[in-house]
Ligand binder design. Sequence first.
Ligand SMILES: [Zn+2]
Length: 349
Amino acid sequence: MKKNWMKIAVAGALLTSGSLVPGTALAGDNGPNGPGYTGTETIMNGRLHNYDEMVSFLEKLEQRSEALDLEIYGESVQGRDLYLAKFGTMDEDKPTILFLTQQHGNETLTTEGALEVIKYLSSNGKNVQDIIENVNVLIAPRLNVDGAEGDVNFSLDDYVSGTHTRYNANGVDLNRDHVDRNQPETKALHENVLQKYSPDYMIDLHHQGARTTLGETDELVSGSILYPTNSEVAPEVREQSKKLGSVVYHAIDSKGYGLLSKYVGGTAPTISRNGLAVEYGISTLLLEMRGMADHYREDYVLGQKSNGYLIQQAVTAMKATLNALADGSIDSADTSFWDTLPESSYNAE
Ligand SMILES: [Zn+2]
C-alpha cells in the first residue's frame, strides 16, 4: 500500500513540474501556495514510513544492493536502533557528505526524501556509479526515532494529530544538544558518525511552519536555507557552506515548485548547523521545508496534500549536491545569490 502511494506521489510531482517553465513558482495545488491543513481534515500520517517500515525498507535494500552498507550507530532513549546508510569507499581523499534528517520527530518528509535517495543510490545507473566512485555518502535518516513514533515520556494530547513530536522521549530538542550531547541520539551521532567518518559536508534537513513567506511578500516558500552563522566558524568553512547552499538553491529554484528564502536563524553552537562547523570544520547547510506532520500549532501543520513535491524537493537537494561533489563543480558554485536572497517572514494570519 505504502509503495503504491510513494509511486503515485513521485509520478504526480514529476508530471506537474515537467509541465511548467523552469523557475516559475506554482500557484496551483502542488507548489508552495498549494493546500495546507484546513483545521478540520483528518491528518493521515499513516502514509509515512513508521519506524518498523523504515527499517524493513532499509534492510530489504541492503539485501539487494552491493553498494549499500547499513550500520547501526546507536540507540534511542526508548531502545530503537539508529541507522546509517553508507555508500562509497570511504577513502579519505574523496569528499564525504552526511545527510541528516528528522532531528525533530515531526519533520517527516525529509526522511521520506532520504529513503528515496538511499533507494536511488542502491540502483545501478551510470550516474549512481559516478557518485559512489567519487563521493563518500553517509545518510542518517531520522535521528529522533522516538519522537517520530510519538513514543515519548510526555503527553501529545494538545497536538493536532498526536502522532509526532519535535522532542525526543525525554522532551529534549536534539538540535540544541550538539555541545553537551546529553541525549543518547546526539551522543551516538557525534561519536559514531561525525568523529568516526569526519564528513566534509553536512546538510541538515528540517521542516518549518507552513506559512513562511518570501520576505514581506504574501508568497509562501517551499523551503528556506542557511549556512553556519556562528562567529567561530572558519571563513573558508563558511564560504564552502555557502557554495553547498548555492548548489541546493539553484537545483530547487529550477523546479516549478521551488521557492526558497533565507532562513532567519541563530548563532548558537548547540545547533548542528553552527556546532558541527565550529567543532569539526564541516561545511553545513540547513534546509527547512514547508510545514510539519504534526504540531500543537495548527499553522505549522501541513497535512498530506503537498507531500509529493516536498519529498521531491528533498530528493532534488540531495541528488544535486551529490552530483556537484562527484564532478567537483561545487568548488566553482556562485555564492552571490546569498546577497540578494530575501529572508523569511511568517504570515500566521
Ligand atoms: Zn527541525
